[in-house]
Design a protein around this ligand. Structure first.
Ligand code: CA
Length: 221
């Protein structure tokens, strides 16, 4: 589930509260800051903000600097600059520092909310894009065609083996307990022998490992 949290950085209190009220009305959770320094602080406390709205003109570090810092720290959410001026150079500076969009003052609350909505939709579309291909070493698993290939050659798998492979490939480098595997593949209510896990893994190894008795891919910890 995507967060609906927005950080609003604006030093002018009446503009800030106007923005905050309207975003709250639009269903967003809002974190607010009155200076760039405070915005970075608030951001570190709320790294899950989906969108940051940054005023450019501020008494301390300016909005561009905040934007640059956020991107420098690897922030991948949306950034909208609030600019008082309409010069083309400001828009360019904003976009160069890593902003996604800018809104020129004065703006209507519905306009700003619409921009925030648009960015949130874009972010969530990116996150929800089905990753139907899993790759790991020589293996490629296609969830769409439900096939596994090793170095390009198809390996025939049963449904259970496929599910096991999917589980392992989406948890690469992670040790999974037998019990966890059992619950994930056979379900919570399965009350048979958990040896079924071992048997299926042994069979899967026969199919995917060069040396099943000395597995290079599916290892037991
Ligand atoms: Ca300002």
């Amino acid at each position: 589930m995507m967060t609906r949290k927005v950080l609003v950085l604006e030093d002018e209190e009446n503009i800030r509260s106007f923005v905050v009220i309207n975003l709250k009305r639009a269903g967003y959770e809002v974190v607010q800051a009155g200076s760039g320094e405070q915005a970075l602080e608030k951001f570190h406390e709320n790294p899950d903000v989906a969108v940051c709205i940054l005023d450019v003109m501020l008494p301390g570090i300016d909005g561009y600097e905040v934007c640059r810092t956020l991107r420098g720290e690897g922030y991948e959410g949306g950034i909208i600059m609030l600019t008082a001026r309409t010069q083309e150079s400001d828009k360019v500076t904003g976009l160069m520092t890593g902003a996604d969009d800018y809104v020129t003052k004065p703006f209507s609350p519905s306009e700003l909310a619409a921009r925030v909505d648009a960015i949130c939709r874009r972010i969530s579309a990116g996150n929800d894009a089905p990753s139907d291909i899993l790759k790991s070493g020589p293996f490629t698993l296609s969830l769409l065609s439900r096939t596994l290939t090793k170095n390009g050659k198809i390996i025939d798998l049963t449904q259970v083996e496929f599910q096991l492979m999917e589980l392992f490939m989406s948890n690469a480098e992670t040790a999974l307990e037998r019990k966890q595997i059992l619950v994930r593949i056979w379900g919570e209510s399965y009350n048979g022998d958990d040896k079924i896990v071992d048997v299926n893994i042994r069979r899967l190894r026969m199919k995917i490992e060069d040396e099943p008795s000395n597995p290079a891919h599916l290892q037991t910890v």
